[in-house]
Design a protein. Structure first.
Length: 102
């Protein structure tokens, strides 16, 4: 299951996660964003014990998008131990998404 994040819960969820966190910055109107959702859902299900998969709606959380310099979407950022680790931009493959948490 993909967890929804916003300004109120982002820091707590990402900082307290004992596993790497994948955060998909997206918008409802973004077609490339919709194309990666099935891959994100598969990762969330298949790797539930080792990766936390989350989404941030950039239209609703401008402050988070600005804080992480999200200029284009989809923009998936991985965090390890609460810290920024890697980023990919665009409709990338499931393998590329998994590479963010290896």
């Amino acid at each position: 299951m993909i967890r929804m994040l916003d300004s109120d819960n982002f820091d707590e969820v990402v900082s307290n996660s004992k596993v790497p966190v994948l955060v998909d910055f997206y918008a409802e109107w973004c077609n490339p964003c919709k194309r990666i959702v099935p891959s994100l859902e598969e990762i969330a299900e298949e790797h539930a014990d080792s990766v936390l998969v989350c989404q941030v709606n950039v239209d609703e959380s401008h402050d988070l998008a600005t804080a992480f310099q999200v200029m284009s979407i989809p923009n998936v950022i991985s965090f390890k131990n609460g810290e920024f680790y890697k980023r990919v931009v665009g409709a990338v493959s499931k393998d590329e998404l998994l590479d963010l948490v290896k």
